[in-house]
Ligand binder design. Sequence first.
Ligand code: HEC
Length: 253
Amino acid sequence: MPTPRANGSRNGWFRSGGLLLVTVLAFSACVHEPPFAPVDDSGGGGNGGGGENPCDPNTVYFEQQVLPILLSNCTNPAPGLNCHHTANGNNDRIQLTSYAALMNSDIIRVNRPLDSDLWEAINDTDPDDRMPRPPQNPLTADQKDLIRRWLLQGSQNNSCAESGCDTLNVTYSGTIAPLVAQRCGGCHGGGSPQGGLNLGSWTTLNAVASDGRLARSIRHQPGAPAMPPSGGMLPDCRIRQFLIWIDAGAPNN
Ligand code: HEC
């Protein structure tokens, strides 16, 4: 049984009361000298489009690394699930579709990062409290490690210019499978894959590539459900990688 919490939230995994002031003060104390240039999304085609700084392998970037995890695992818009797509419904008014929404949701403690409710929720061992909720899979160790390092590096709204978006050597194993795992796996995997599509399986991905649904949904074409459903379209280069692979017959290479 989940323990009842003072704020009366159904699940109690994000205890928001009382932390707002601390969080706001701590956060505003950190924003005077942002070490990163403002995000430039102009040419990027949506989240993950890349800032102006080259990506530093020792830094975790919100835009390219943390936001895709949140979008894929926490923001399912399907009615009735009450995921963190909006701050409505029974989700403790937590919305995880952008940096601003995340920070407004009061689940990050900038000055005690590993006491953040975000961190506690993804590591909770009680299935009633853990996020994402069963039957969805918990975050992987790699995903948790990215979030941990991002929290410890100051929970910044940072972005970098990916130099490595290769459109010449697109393969299923080297390009598409990791992209799907990062951007689509939270909804299209686990115990109840959305739309009945477990896209971690090549056979399923090949089927939606072949019948045209994959290309239509990632290009947000009329009549197709827009994929991913929140956070805007994938960056242009990621869409190109998908289309190149689809044009090649969606091979298992
Ligand atoms: C936040 C959850 C979520 C994420 C992330 C997500 N999807 Fe979906 N997807 C859904 C839901 C829900 C449906 C069913 C929508 C419907 O039938 O209207 C769906 C349906 C689909 C379909 C079937 C479309 C059709 O015409 O029937 C495809 C293809 C698809 N998704 C591809 C993707 C790809 C590729 C990604 C990653 C780039 C992705 N999705 C990311 C929730 C998600």
